[in-house]
Design a binder for this molecule. Sequence first.
Ligand code: HPA
Length: 270
Amino acid sequence: MSVRDLVSVIREWAPAAPAPRVGVVLGSGLSGLADEVAEAVRIPYADLPGFPQAAVSGHRGELVLGRLAGTPVAVMAGRVHAYERGDPRAMEMPIATLKGLGAGILVLTNAAGSLREEVPPASPMLIADHINGSGMNPLIGREGDGRFVDLVDAYDPALRAVARGVAADLGIALPEGVYMWFSGPSFETPAEIRMARVLGADAVGMSTVPEVILARYHGLRVLALSMITNLAAGMTGRPLSHQETKDEAARGAARFRDLLLGILAEIGDA
Ligand code: HPA
C-alpha cells in the first residue's frame, strides 16, 4: 500500500480527528501515554499495511489519533526496530505517513543505557546529536539528491530549547547528550561501551537514529528524548536485561509523561 493510500485509510478511520501537528513515537515501556490521548481514535497496526506488526514486549502496536495537552497528535504506541527486520528502513512507511497526515514535527522517545553515572536509571535525557554505530542507513538504495540529507541540527535546536524550558518549569533535571545507535538486539559489550565513551556518546540504544534520518529526509523537525533505564554494559557489574528496561521505564514514566505533555502543549502553538 502506498503512503497516499495509508493516509486515506487513516482519514476514513478517523474522519473527525484533527490533522496531527505532531507525530509521537512511544518507546519501550512508554506506551501508557497513548491511553491519555483525548478524542482518541485507535487504529491497530494490523489494519495499516506497512506499519510495524510490532512484536517486542513493552511495545503495543497501535496508531492513536487525537489530542495530547490540546495539541493534535498521531501517536505510535510501539515502533519497529531495525533489528527485527535486519532493515533500517523498517519505520519508513510510518514516518512518511505521519508526514502525509500533516505532521510537521516528530517527537521520538526511547529507552537507553546511560554512559554517565550522574544520569541514572529513570532519568530523562534530551538527545542533542547522535552517532550511528550500526553501519546501516535507511536511505541506502534511495535515488536522487534528496538522499544526501544534512544532519547538522537534526535535533531541532528550537524544540530542544522548548524542552529545556519545560523541564526547568517542572523542576525536572534534563541533561542533554549524544545518543549512539547500536543495532542490537544483544546489549553492548563493556568494551563497546568504553569505545562509545571515547567517541563521545552519553547514551546507547537500539532505535531512533534511523527514524531521525528518515524524518529529516521527509523534512520533519525532530525532538528526541531518552528514558534512561540502566547504566550501560560493564558499569555496574550486573548483567543487563529487557525486564530491567521495562521496570525502570515504568519507574520514570510519570516524570517523562509530565515532560512530554508540557512540551506538546508548547509546540502545539509553535
Ligand atoms: N543498550 C542498548 N539499548 C538499550 C539499553 C542499553 O544499555 N538500555 C535500554 N535500551
